[in-house]
Write a protein that binds this ligand. Structure first.
Ligand SMILES: [Zn+2]
Ligand SMILES: [Zn+2]
Length: 353
């Protein structure tokens, strides 16, 4: 990328105390000659940073497994002791840092390696609890809650599905037949004008927001710096486009259409088998397609039997007409009844014996 710039990481010599040594230029402390420890590298502040010109990046440094010397990624053998570098560890990198464009970076500061190692060891042997381990409920309470939940689930399932077969005798019948009457009449509706029915009339329009679209509205930029692991870091600007919602307007219509709509229902009822079911009189006033004209709509029919158990409890079941006809008074049937709910499962109704 064109806007990337390369700078030196810093490190502090832990032997003589010299600070802010350059990660790439000073592979050894210029004061005492100690080798650079790549684990001590840190990011400089923006004021301290030193640019690197024409630096060829070849990869993160390698650390000799025999003598711990710092070597270039390209090294086949250690420059200090001559051991082969194929088992060498790769220098650790710091996590990326970022800031807003109008801010400045602070130095990330020299790392306190002794303290980091101490903390890691304490955590390993369990002296310091890992962060977050103490949050949440104690295990005993959790187990209790889970058990309680299980009991509730089992109880609900039992209430729904625990049934007992009950012997019953038919004690009565009812039937009902219903015809809905529809009337052709004006209906007031509204819709986006492009979806308005062709026969609409009495239309009024208004402009309304129908949707919105995302339009680019500048950029949000961040300056990010990444440790490259070779004593340098790269700084670049990362931008994402910001969007805003722009409303889209359209015409919205209020209108009238003439439609068939439910008006009323006529019903016929009976309460015995002998009372043969019939459809009710519809007394439709005016047929045809005119405002106020009527027509027959949906028909529905319901046939119910009243069943009485030995315990004198009664249950009502809706059944198909064909079955209803074959269930005379006093005939015996069996039926599953919910033990807890007391609700009959009418689909289980069967002749007994
Ligand atoms: Zn030194
Ligand atoms: Zn070595």
């Amino acid at each position: 990328m064109s806007d990337e710039k390369v700078y030196e990481m810093l490190w502090d010599c832990k032997y003589c105390g010299t600070t802010k040594l350059l990660g790439k230029t000073h592979r050894f402390c210029p004061n005492c000659g100690a080798a650079q420890d790549p684990d001590t590298r840190y990011f400089p502040s923006d004021a301290e940073k030193v640019a690197v010109q024409d630096h060829q990046y070849v990869g993160a440094d390698k650390i000799c497994s025999a003598c711990n010397a710092l070597n270039s990624a390209l090294a086949q053998f250690c420059g200090q002791c001559g051991s082969p570098m194929d088992k060498a560890a790769i220098a650790r990198r710091l996590a990326d840092q970022s800031r807003a464009e109008n801010e400045t970076f602070e130095s990330s500061g020299s790392r306190d390696l002794a303290k980091e190692r101490f903390d890691a060891e304490m955590q390993r042997i369990g002296v310091q609890p890992t962060p977050g381990a103490k949050t949440g409920l104690p295990n005993l309470v959790k187990i209790g809650l889970i058990a309680l939940l299980a009991v509730i689930v089992v109880g609900v399932l039992a209430a729904l599905f625990w049934k007992r077969e009950t012997a019953l005798a038919v004690a009565g019948h009812t039937w009902e037949r219903v015809i809905e009457i529809e009337r052709f009449k004006p209906r007031y509706e509204s819709a986006w004008c492009d979806g308005m029915p062709f026969d609409a009339y009495g239309v009024s329009r208004e402009v309304r927001q129908r949707s919105s679209r995302q339009v680019p509205d500048g950029q949000d930029c961040q300056v990010v710096r990444s440790d490259r692991g070779d004593g340098t870091f790269v700084e670049r600007t990362e931008c994402t486009t910001r969007y805003r919602d722009e409303p889209i307007y359209d015409d919205y219509c209020y209108y009238t259409v003439n439609r068939w709509d439910y008006e009323r229902a006529v019903r016929a009822q009976g309460s015995s088998l002998a009372d043969v079911p019939v459809w009710p009189q519809t007394d439709i006033r005016q047929t045809g397609t005119c405002i106020g004209c009527e027509r027959e709509g949906r028909r529905s029919e319901t046939y119910k039997v009243i069943l009485k158990g030995d315990d004198n409890k009664t249950y009502t079941c809706a059944v198909p007409f064909e079955r209803w006809q074959t269930m005379p008074i006093e005939s015996t049937w069996k039926l599953d009844v919910g033990v807890i709910t007391g609700q009959p499962d009418c689909r289980s109704l069967e002749p007994s014996g």
